[in-house]
Design a protein around this ligand. Structure first.
Ligand SMILES: Cc1cc2nc3c(=O)[nH]c(=O)nc-3n(C[C@H](O)[C@H](O)[C@H](O)COP(=O)(O)OP(=O)(O)OC[C@H]3O[C@@H](n4cnc5c(N)ncnc54)[C@H](O)[C@@H]3O)c2cc1C
Length: 418
């Protein structure tokens, strides 16, 4: 019996065609006997010129679906096996690295990619015609026999299963929760430009480097091919943050803001900021994460729609890829019994995500009660080094192991005691 004959046809609708929605479109299309359509509100998805980390966990997941040798062409690999180099904000001295073991296979070392190139890479693998652009979903309505999807243009369609991948401001999530998006208190200034612009500056780092300051940080990395990335996180008042958009450059104002902020920092930063082009800037925001990623055995939330926080240990999109992979395995394992599949999916992802959300809260407290209260620079440095923060339990998380544990522990309930 072929896989197609074993399972009933399943109609899947994905809402959103960003990094995670596009990955879902590739991955879920590989299931037998499915029809997959992704609805994206923009006419074309535009990723911003910025860098994205691919973590060990993320690369292991991407390898399930893509040829890593092909992906490798758009990745930047650092000389120090992907570790982040931490430096003192003012003196530029190297801070002690937290103990952090490299993965067994170098191909899983953390790598950097340009977001635009990563999205293009994923989209190249989506079966033609799967993503319908210019289709804004207004709401969904779960019924006994499926989900009705209502579009802003008045059209309605139906699917057996809806994957909500509509990002941090998810309309679908807000249909089922009363959460509000709040400003985290920091703005991200981001820039990707030709490395030729800064190549002449002595001491330009080849590693992913972060200068840690008191309440702000400057990240830099090279990118493939021939690009350089600068990303600063600065505490800006809410009224300033409210006027910034990720798809708009800051013009002269942003450059002046960066030059002024970094004037007393390691002089290398100032030299780079001085010559680089205009940045984009946008507020970092968050809303409470979903406790339950599933609605009515018909809707599954993935990516930022499920865990809405911008900037989570450089792992937000990677966690979204893992959501999709957990869903793929759950559907396959249960032969499209949606109640069982979404139970498996939720049990695989929700407890892990809960622990990550808790860690974000704890790290805020560590910042406020411990690092932020150091009275001297020497003591501040000691506390930063003591805290370390490798976040490896998050970035190296194996969604396959978690899925298999959940499946094995619920095997009787799912497959025997029916
Ligand atoms: C400063 C910063 C740095 C980051 N760095 C990293 C990193 O290094 N590594 C990492 O893994 N992650 C990183 N992230 C997180 C990562 O960017 C997100 O987790 C990821 O982009 C989420 O992808 P998504 O597809 O879930 O959402 P999005 O990319 O927001 O895509 C959602 C899509 O849904 C569409 N949409 C929305 N509403 C509707 C609707 N009603 N109907 C139809 N379509 C709709 C939107 O147009 C959009 O295309 C970072 C984030 C920030 C802000």
């Amino acid at each position: 019996m072929t896989a197609e004959e074993e399972v009933k046809p399943l109609k899947i609708a994905i809402i959103g065609g960003g990094l995670v929605g596009a990955f879902a479109a590739v991955t879920l299309s590989r299931l037998p006997n499915v029809s997959v359509t992704a609805y994206e509100k923009s006419d074309k998805v535009r990723e911003v010129g910025a860098a994205i980390t691919l973590t060990e966990g993320g690369l292991v997941t991407l390898e399930q679906v893509f040829d890593l040798d092909e992906l490798e062409k758009i990745l930047y690999r650092t000389p120090n096996n992907g570790h982040i180099t931490r430096r003192h904000w003012k003196t530029g001295e190297y801070l002690k690295e937290p103990h952090s073991k490299s993965p067994k296979y170098p191909k899983y070392n953390h790598a950097k990619a340009q977001r635009v190139l990563l999205l293009d890479f994923i989209l190249k693998h989506v079966p033609e015609g799967t993503i319908k652009y210019g289709q804004e979903v207004k709401s969904v309505n779960v019924r006994q026999d499926g989900v009705a999807i209502h579009f802003a243009n008045g059209n309605v369609t139906k699917a057996d299963l809806v994957i909500a991948a509509d990002g941090i401001y998810s309309k679908i999530r807000r249909q089922f929760t009363n959460d509000a998006i709040v400003y985290k208190g920091a703005v991200a200034y981001r820039n990707v430009f030709d490395d030729k612009i800064v190549e002449h500056i002595p001491g330009l780092p080849d590693d992913v480097t972060v200068w840690i300051g008191k309440g702000s940080a400057m990240f830099m990395t090279r990118l493939t091919p021939g690009k350089f990335n600068v990303a600063a996180h600065l505490r800006d008042p809410p009224e300033v943050a409210a006027n910034l958009r990720w798809n708009k450059t800051t013009g002269d104002w942003g450059k002046k803001r960066l030059i002024e902020h970094f004037k007393d920092w390691d002089p290398l930063i100032g030299q780079i900021v001085e010559v680089m082009p205009e940045s984009i800037a946008f507020p970092l925001e968050r809303a409470p994460w979903l406790e339950n990623l599933v609605v009515g055995d018909r809707i599954a939330f993935v990516g930022d729609a499920a865990h809405p926080t911008s900037g989570v240990y450089g792992a937000g999109a990677n966690m979204g890829f893992d959501d999709v992979w957990a869903l793929y395995r759950s559907l396959l394992e249960t032969k499209y019994n949606l109640k069982k599949a979404l139970f498996l999916f939720n049990e695989t992802r929700a407890p892990f995500l809960k622990r990550v959300e808790k860690q974000i809260e704890i790290d805020q407290q560590i910042g406020a009660k411990y690092i932020g209260t150091a009275e001297t620079d020497e003591e501040w440095k000691r506390r930063v080094e003591h805290r370390g923060l490798s976040a490896k339990w998050i970035t190296d998380h194996s969604v396959d192991n978690e899925f298999e544990q959940v499946r094995d522990q619920n095997f009787l309930q799912l497959f025997v005691d029916e």
